[in-house]
Design a protein around this ligand. Structure first.
Ligand SMILES: [Zn+2]
Ligand SMILES: [Zn+2]
Length: 358
């Protein structure tokens, strides 16, 4: 399309929106795939018959299965640091610093936090079902999903002297204090696990990250809630992809609209030119008819200095500008005017007609 163009900003916006749409759609597809895999995964109950089931399964392994059981430590469980009565199998300590940081972009103080320290303690554990059957859980830290509970949270307010405060304001950063968090996967919690279920040669049952890179899950929520959660996330990614695609479409629409406006101006100009040419030809014909009737006469109104175009100073003035009715330029110069305003009185030109001496 001749004349269709995009500004650099529009190209950047369009490229960004296309890229983001692609990324969001890809993440959405991955989430949908996970939901489908979860829906197709067999739900196995942990009981005395589980070993028999795996014995007759090829490779003594179920590639992707859902199990639910109660958490039990294989050896001695861990004790909470703050609540001695709570015992668990996985313990996470986090120390976060809460700060306010001056943002020169928004000209305000913004809350921000960063992890200063994190430590994980873990003991081997299993999911226990009925008949004392147990499935040992391997590599729990590789699992997605929420499977620990916050059992203690303590905030230590930072204290400063006046001098420190002035210094901190100059740096544009101020610590509000430290937050200590203790999380634990408690013994006796019911846990949903999704992964590869195997009967080892020594007769133990294990749940581990799937070898085909499907997502491994451990969750405090039941299976339905876990699936719904991932489905909701998938819907959100899809919505983001749609919004991003719409933003790209809006940029294209805007560029198209601008192009249509320039086309309209061009068509209007062509219409004016055609009308001018038609009127000029008609006037010439009328003059010729009159000339034939009256016989040859003197062309006294040639290019005398009063009659030349005020712009090019070469061609005769051959058009009348309306509504001001000034006769001051030739049609070629009129067409070349950067703004359609009379060069004499600066009034807007709404129409132009050929001008000739009778
Ligand atoms: Zn001229
Ligand atoms: Zn004028």
């Amino acid at each position: 399309m001749d004349g269709f163009s995009l500004s650099l900003t529009e190209v950047v916006c369009l490229g960004t929106s296309l890229g983001l749409t692609g990324i969001f759609y890809y993440v959405h597809k991955q989430n949908r795939k996970t939901v489908t895999k979860l829906e197709n995964a067999p739900r196995i109950s942990i009981d005395g018959k589980l070993k028999d089931l795996l014995n007759v399964t090829p490779g003594a392994c179920l590639n992707y299965a859902v199990v639910e059981g109660t958490v039990k430590a294989v050896g001695e469980p861990l004790k909470s640091q703050c609540h001695k009565e709570i015992s668990g199998v996985l313990q996470k300590f986090t120390i976060k610093e809460h700060r306010i940081v001056w943002s020169s972009f928004s000209r305000t103080w913004m809350d921000s936090e960063r992890i200063l320290h994190q430590r994980v303690n873990m003991v081997p554990f299993a999911l226990v079902g009925s008949d004392q059957a147990a499935v040992k859980v391997q590599s729990p830290l590789q699992a997605n999903g929420v499977f620990t509970e916050v059992i203690n949270e303590k905030f230590h307010q930072a204290s400063y002297g006046f001098g420190d405060l002035v210094g901190l304001y100059i740096i544009g950063e101020k610590s509000k204090g430290h937050l200590e968090i203790e999380e634990m996967l408690k013994v006796g919690t019911t846990l949903t696990g999704v992964g590869e279920l195997t009967l080892e040669t020594d007769g133990t049952l294990t749940l581990r990250p799937p070898s085909d890179n499907s997502q491994y899950f451990l969750s405090l929520a039941d299976f339905e809630s876990l699936r719904d959660e991932i489905e909701t996330v998938a819907v959100w990614w899809k919505a983001l992809a749609v919004v991003s695609a719409l933003a790209g479409a809006a940029v294209l629409f805007w560029a198209g609209f601008r192009f249509y406006r320039t086309l309209q101006v061009r068509w209007e100009q062509e219409r004016i030119n055609a009308e001018f040419a038609r009127l000029q030809a008609e006037a010439a014909r009328q003059r010729a008819n009159r000339g034939n009737a009256e016989g040859p006469h003197d062309e006294a109104n040639g290019n005398d200095i009063q009659n030349v175009c005020v712009i090019c100073l070469g061609e005769p003035r051959d058009c009348i500008l309306l509504n001001c009715a000034h006769v001051c330029c030739c049609f070629v110069c009129y067409q070349a005017l950067p703004q359609k305003k009379c060069p004499i009185c600066r009034q807007d030109i709404v129409r132009v007609l050929p001008f000739y001496h009778a």
